[in-house]
Design a binder for this molecule. Structure first.
Ligand SMILES: Cc1cc2nc3c(=O)[nH]c(=O)nc-3n(C[C@H](O)[C@H](O)[C@H](O)COP(=O)(O)OP(=O)(O)OC[C@H]3O[C@@H](n4cnc5c(N)ncnc54)[C@H](O)[C@@H]3O)c2cc1C
Length: 367
């Protein structure tokens, strides 16, 4: 690696968000560096993911529209570009209880995807499971990487972003998941939702995915009488559970057995990670706003006066893709396309996923 080189793009964070971004950027640039503090790509939350791609059910709302759009896009994207690592075997969604049965029935007019009723619930043929690590690896395979390197400091000088006084780039993209120490902005909040999934061996063959109080994947045959399945995931919203633990493992096994009676089960892997959620659960995409300069110019923003986003002062060429929460493998390829088109073709990003909404909301709380 040439330390005097000025990259066109540096992307910090090699999870599904960063890997999706470099994959899109590669269509327009050959000068890209992908950095991660871990020893391989897809080793943060992305390595922990199941990773199930399944529709969001419910009454019409903007979040459901976003997930449906992203699910269509990302499923096609994986099938066309990385077919070996997506298993488009469909998922049966099972209501949890009597109340849930009524809810499911009320959602039927608003379901955005084909489905059929089966003996346990509703089967969605479009739903999939992907191999999270291999997807990240494939997406970033042609990109230059710097692994085992934690970026501690970023500064902007003479139209160039400089990382730790050594790596230089014209455009910097932060896809750092729940770790947001590089962004010193009050409106850029992330809630870490820790969780765990497990991989099991079983003598039970499962023909497609299920989702009830956990997701249970279709099995892959290991040998004559042994199959492998992935079960995810637990959620810890208010406590940090940084390590995998037996309580979560047992709870996943109980929930999976409530779906299907699994025989001769042996847990072969427990994997944990932190989902990065925004305060309103929508993603955070776009060029970062410099709040100090923007507030100095428009102090009445604090009183709720509307100022058009175009007039905000930005950190030049500093972009983010974050807040993909528990659906990173559904959202990231779709959002990477939107982010890269906004950088390269100056396309406008929808307000619902742009970071601007969070700035506008939080600035009113400043006194
Ligand atoms: C148990 C579990 C199950 C899940 N199941 C599903 C599922 O079934 N379907 C689904 O779609 N999603 C699922 N998710 C959510 C999904 O994993 C996340 O949405 C997604 O992985 C987030 O990707 P990311 O790239 O934004 O973040 P990460 O994958 O966390 O990547 C961020 C990367 O940035 C690096 N980094 C941070 N700061 C620095 C720095 N200063 N310098 C260098 N590197 C840095 C980190 O090392 C990390 O590798 C699950 C998550 C968990 C935890």
């Amino acid at each position: 690696m040439d330390k005097d080189m000025i990259y066109e793009y540096i992307v910090i964070g090699a999870g599904i968000s960063g890997c999706s971004v470099v994959n899109k950027l590669q269509k327009t640039s050959s000068s890209i560096l992908l950095i991660d503090k871990l020893s391989d790509v897809g080793s943060g939350a992305s390595g922990a993911a199941g990773a199930f791609l399944s529709p969001l059910l419910g009454k019409p709302n903007k979040f459901k529209d976003l997930i449906s759009e992203a699910l269509r896009y990302s499923t096609n994207f994986y099938k066309q570009n990385i077919p070996d690592f997506i298993d488009n075997c469909g998922t049966t969604r099972i209501p949890k209880n009597q109340n849930d049965i009524k809810k499911f029935e009320s959602y039927i007019p608003f379901i955005d995807f084909d489905f059929t009723k089966d003996d346990k619930g509703y089967f969605f043929p479009l739903a999939s499971v992907v191999d999270s690590y291999s997807i990240c690896k494939e997406l970033s395979k042609d990109t230059e990487k710097l692994l085992n390197y934690e970026v501690k400091n970023i500064e902007y000088k003479d139209d160039i972003w400089i990382l730790d006084n050594q790596y230089k780039t014209k455009n910097l993209i932060l896809t750092t998941g729940y770790s947001i120490t590089l962004i010193d902005e009050f409106y850029f909040n992330i809630r870490a939702v820790w969780g765990q999934r497990i991989v099991i061996e079983t003598s039970t063959c499962i023909t497609h995915n299920y989702h009830k109080e956990c997701s249970l994947s279709r099995t892959i045959q290991k040998d004559n009488n042994t199959y492998i399945s992935s079960i995810g995931a637990t959620h810890h919203r208010f406590v940090e559970v940084k390590k995998t633990n037996n309580t979560d493992t047992q709870s996943l096994l109980d929930r999976a057995n409530d779906i299907l009676q699994l025989k001769d089960v042996k847990v072969i892997k427990e994997i944990g990670g932190a989902r990065a959620s925004s305060v309103d659960y929508f993603p955070m995409v776009g060029e970062l706003i410099d709040s100090q300069k923007t507030i100095a110019e428009f102090p009445y923003l604090k009183n709720g006066t509307n100022v058009k986003s175009e007039r905000f002062t930005r950190y030049k060429n500093l972009f983010v893709l974050n807040g993909v929460g528990g659906r990173g493998f559904v959202l990231a390829p779709y959002l990477a396309k939107i982010l890269v088109e906004s950088i390269v073709d100056k396309k406008v990003i929808d307000e619902d996923i742009k970071i601007d909404r969070l700035f506008k909301r939080e600035v009113k709380r400043l006194k």
